[in-house]
Design a protein around this ligand. Structure first.
Ligand code: F0G
Length: 351
């Protein structure tokens, strides 16, 4: 049989586990790498989408969380904690259930999408809404993990990066080599760090002939890496990446510079345009933060930075169902009809 076994079993020899490690998994990874027809036409390149919303809790965080919770379990932890803009907390809560652990989550008050709050609640985590932003939540989570018996599972936990690097392996395995360019949204900067580590490891072991250039995109109102300074009051409709002081800032700069890439910003308007294009023209429904990668690719193409004929992969990080408000907002209200075929056909323009 060919049932995908989760990233730890699939990439066991490249991850920090032993034969006796108690693997905590929900079958994460093995996500689709979907050819993007419209984006390919617009850029003259071969563009593919790595659809991470297909993971068990609907985001790429599951790759890191299976590894972090597995190692926390192995080390005897009974409780885990994280700060989150919503996806990390959803993932931590789910894997903590599988591991029989308590999960505490700290989220910025009023700034996480409803679907993500619903996940943290239904998985039974202990949620605190903090009167502050994500950066405040992370500081608080760090302090709690230093002073109380609770393990921190944010991406400052190195096992998170280990798990998340497997997305790069999957892409090389699927394409037969690394892409020329890899594009992704940047928030706390753990994921760009993880992909770059994965691509470097595969290239070092001759699993690919080269590494891609890493292109990262932040939201304009939350672009500390682009600006070169902490953003005290970050803002963007892409709440997942509403972060003013990324924990993996230096690692993101290293990924950018070692790969010959760049980190730029996209406006909320550009993000929403890419969000709608992805759904309406590629059939891929993502959350707004995820569309930052595609918005960035389109911006770069308009600036003439994209030479035709290249292989490009855009990671779309989270499922559109997490934050459906943006799908409904601004869309026309559906028409109500009686139970009548003629009336329905008229409304549909079939008659
Ligand atoms: N896209 C989504 C959907 C995210 O949830 C995040 C981060 C990112 C992109 C950025 O990834 O932080 O590794 O650079 N979400 C974190 C959270 C902060 O708490 O769920 P990054």
């Amino acid at each position: 049989t060919h049932q995908w076994r989760g990233i730890i079993e699939e990439y066991r020899d490249r991850l920090p586990v032993t034969d006796t490690t108690p693997v905590v998994t929900l079958g994460e990874g093995g996500t689709p790498l979907v050819p993007a027809q419209v984006l390919s036409e617009r850029t003259g390149c071969e563009v593919r989408l790595k659809v991470e919303g297909a993971n068990p809790t609907g985001s790429f965080k599951d790759r890191g969380m299976t590894m972090a919770i597995t190692r926390a379990k192995e080390e005897g932890a009974q409780a885990v904690i994280c700060a989150s803009t919503g996806n990390t907390s959803a993932s931590a809560a789910a894997y903590a259930v599988r591991a029989g652990m308590v999960c505490a989550v700290l989220v910025p008050q009023g700034k996480i999408a409803l679907g993500k709050m619903g996940q943290a609640l239904v998985y039974g985590s202990r949620i605190l809404q903090v009167d502050g932003n994500f950066d405040d939540c992370l500081n608080l989570a760090r302090r709690l993990s230093e002073n109380y018996p609770v393990a921190l599972v944010n991406s400052v936990n190195p096992y998170r990066i280990e798990g998340q690097k497997t997305a790069a392996f999957e892409i090389v395995d699927a394409l037969g080599d690394a892409p020329d360019i890899h594009v992704l949204p940047v928030g706390n900067a753990g994921n760009i760090t993880a992909y770059w580590k994965g691509y470097k490891e595969y290239a070092a072991d001759k699993m690919s002939t080269h590494t891609p250039r890493m292109w990262g995109f932040q939201a304009s109102g939350s672009a500390p890496i682009v600006r070169g300074e902490i953003v005290k009051d970050p803002s963007t409709i892409a709440t997942a990446i509403r972060i003013g002081n990324p924990a993996s800032w230096q690692q993101a700069l290293a990924a950018r510079d070692e790969s010959g890439g760049f980190i730029d910003e996209v406006t909320d308007r550009e993000i929403l345009r890419a969000y709608r294009l992805l759904a309406a023209q590629e059939g891929v429904f993502v959350e707004p933060a995820s569309a930052a990668s595609v918005a960035g690719l389109l911006k770069a193409a308009e600036q003439g930075k994209v030479d035709p004929g290249q292989r490009i992969v855009c990671t779309v990080t989270g499922n559109g169902l997490k934050d459906p408000d943006w799908a409904v907002a601004g869309a026309p209200q559906p028409v109500t009809v009686p139970v009548d075929a003629v009336a329905a056909a008229e409304q549909l323009g079939l008659a």
